[in-house]
Design a protein around this ligand. Structure first.
Ligand code: SF4
Ligand code: MSK
Length: 645
């Protein structure tokens, strides 16, 4: 790695320290991002490539058309729809696996697993219109699992979970014919429509892409989140620490990485198992240190306080500390480069899902019903590898954080055990102490300095009294620079500070992993139900930003938020439609008119800030809450006066 790269690749000091102290010839994603330029056609803002049939690939610019006559706008819409389908499939397949697991647990076929959150199961069952009175929990769980699984193959009608959305939002979807039927059906239909010679009208293609994305947000992802809560309990705020400094010199370090939490939750629980700890001691270690990367990290962080040692771009760096005895990966966002990298270090790379095998890794699948046994086997592999460490260089950098702000916990924290409610949040927004809510979510992207845009935007928003909520790698960015610590409220504006102080929360709330963006949908629906802020999600002074997006899942998330009535800005790399002004117009002005939301690429980070603030202030004006008011309690009469009840 040359000096130039070290300076610009990351804002994370721990990452920079690992790179600085490197004496081996090791290549990382940061080097590759310098050495390999983006494909000039794919990255072009004036052209696009279609490879959907063997008469192509057709490279299109301006008014040129493909061999079949497909226009730039049609190809841009098709390409985006396909990306969204893949993102939705990834989240939803994860959700399906959680539903399969719930079924195993309900049928007593999953050793070591049980239903930990019965209240959440009852709520989930209610949303699936399942009778819960006078029934055994396991019977309800089995029916809920079967009904959740049926959502994937449903051929007609509407998926049940959309009933969580405000009535007005459901009506908008119905009017435009985009209520999802079955999750798999929408993915398959996207692939069909974008096959050569099928759907050719950009707006029609993109409407279906939104339907597909909704089947993710209000379907597959929501199933994933809800069932993970049922099996491993709904998160509650808890303290933890983050960054590479949480790797231990004296303990066996086992990193969990990916997205599916099942095996990792069990591995984390077993870190204190006396037999395993004894085994670790017999090999010269003091104990077992389980830590995480990416969204598996977010899952075990929120429920067990396991330290996230890094986000997407940190995965190679963890291995390069020389201290990771095993890294167990499940699905999604796992760099293939790890397989080569571990050949230079002692780390044992272990794949655990039949869907993800990596050359250079040892495959240890968690067979049906044998999660506990598999978890023990993997921990023992890590322990056995402890003695093989060579040079260990762990940057002594950590930060404190609070994570675990589930929808349920936010209600509890604002209202207390007996009066749990979002009322104080709505009142804070109405009286202007909170100007609006901004979700800053999503990945890192090696084409841009790691964490830079996430952290810049987060600081700028809280300074101006915007409450920031986060998921995925964005949440870990903020955690690493201390913004998820309660004392960070001092950096917030006066209004937001007063709420953080009163409730005892940081100004930036960690809501979970990528699939947990569905928690944001639940919270905003509940904010509408609470009253005083309009009748639909599109009325809210809220917005979403993915400033360093990278994955197709991010596009699905952006699309389901836009279809749910939210203004969404993507920063960093362009959304792959920017070469077609027609498609850009559909996704901004067109979607705004039909759905009250937009998905827009905004290249400059300050422009994102400005656009989001302008959008939120326009919403405040429309709600007639744009004038800063004295703090008053809004009773029903006052809300009626605002015209919102
Ligand atoms: Fe070219 Fe049309 Fe085939 Fe695409 S579908 S590769 S534009 S001929
Ligand atoms: S892990 S999808 S890099 S957020 Fe969810 Fe991070 Fe993006 Fe993967």
């Amino acid at each position: 790695m040359n000096d130039k790269h070290k300076k610009v690749c990351s804002e994370d000091q721990a990452v920079l320290e690992v790179l600085k102290n490197l004496d081996e010839a090791v290549e990382t994603v940061f080097d590759r991002s310098q050495d390999m330029k983006c494909c000039p056609i794919g990255a072009s803002v004036s052209g696009i490539c279609c490879k959907n049939c063997a008469m192509g690939p057709c490279r299109i610019r301006d008014d040129k058309v493909g061999l079949c006559g497909a226009t730039l706008a049609t190809i841009a819409a098709r390409n985006l729809a396909r990306h969204i389908a893949v993102g939705a499939a990834a989240h939803s397949d994860h959700g399906r696996d959680m539903a399969m697991l719930l079924k195993e647990v309900a049928e007593d076929k999953a050793e070591g697993l049980k239903i930990k959150d019965e209240a959440k199961l009852l709520k989930f069952a209610k949303n699936l219109h399942i009778k819960t009175e006078e029934r055994k929990i396991k019977d309800i769980a089995l029916e809920a699992a079967n009904k959740a699984l049926a959502l994937f193959g449903q051929q007609e009608g509407e998926i049940d979970l959309i009933s969580i959305a405000p009535q007005k939002r459901q009506d908008i979807w119905r009017k435009n014919g985009i209520v999802p039927r079955g999750i798999d059906r929408e993915v398959v239909e996207t692939l069909h429509r974008t096959h050569m010679g099928v759907d050719q009208e950009p707006e029609n293609i993109l409407d279906h892409a939104l339907r597909n994305a909704l089947s993710d947000g209000w379907g597959g992802s929501m199933v994933g989140t809800e069932i993970t809560d049922i099996l491993f309990h709904t998160p509650q705020a808890l303290p933890a620490k983050t960054n590479l400094g949480m790797l231990s010199e004296k303990d066996v370090n086992l990193v969990v990485h990916g997205h599916e939490p099942t095996l990792s939750e069990v591995i984390a629980e077993l870190a204190d198992d006396s037999e395993l700890v004894q085994y670790a001691k017999s090999k010269g270690a003091e104990g077992i240190n389980v830590v995480g990367i990416c969204c598996t990290a977010n899952e075990v962080l929120m429920r067990q306080g396991v330290a996230p040692i890094g986000n997407f771009l940190s995965q190679e760096l963890a291995v390069m500390t020389g201290s990771v005895d095993a890294m167990v990966v499940d699905i999604q966002c796992i760099m293939q480069a790890l397989g080569e990298l571990v050949k230079k270090y002692h780390t044992k790379l272990i794949t655990s899902s039949p869907k993800c095998k990596i050359p250079g890794a040892t495959h240890v699948p968690a067979e049906e019903g044998k999660v506990l046994e598999t978890a023990k086997k993997i921990i023992k592999m890590a322990i056995d590898n402890y003695g093989n460490r060579k040079k260990v260089r762990i940057p002594q950098i950590t930060s404190d954080l609070i994570a675990g702000f589930s929808h349920e916990y936010i209600r509890y924290m604002l209202g207390g055990r007996f009066r749990e409610s979002l009322r104080p949040l709505n009142d804070g927004i109405i009286d202007g102490r909170i100007q609006g809510v901004v979700a800053i979510v999503g990945c890192n992207n090696a084409r841009h300095t790691q964490d830079k845009y996430h952290n810049y935007l987060t600081k700028e928003f809280i300074k101006r009294d915007y409450l920031v909520v986060q998921t995925g790698c964005g949440a870990i960015s903020s955690a690493k620079c201390g913004m998820l610590a309660p004392e960070f409220y001092e950096h917030a504006g006066e209004g937001l500070q007063s709420i953080c102080e009163a409730v005892g929360i940081p100004p930036v709330l960690h809501l979970g992993s990528c699939v947990d963006n569905s928690r944001i949908l639940t919270v905003v629906s509940d904010v509408i139900a609470e009253g005083g802020l309009g009748e639909d999600i599109s009325d809210l002074p809220a917005a979403g930003i993915a400033p360093e997006w990278m994955s197709e899942k991010a596009l699905s998330i952006g699309a389901y938020f836009a279809a749910s009535g939210v203004y969404v800005a993507f920063g960093g790399e362009p959304i792959p439609v920017v070469s077609s002004q027609e498609v850009v117009d559909i996704m901004t002005k067109g979607w705004d008119k039909k759905y009250g939301g937009q998905l827009e690429y905004v290249p400059d980070v300050d422009q994102i800030l400005e656009k989001v603030i302008n959008h939120i202030q326009a919403k405040r004006k429309a709600l007639k809450i744009d004038v800063k008011k004295e703090r008053v309690l809004f009773d029903m009469d006052a809300r009626r006066e605002l015209g919102n009840v």
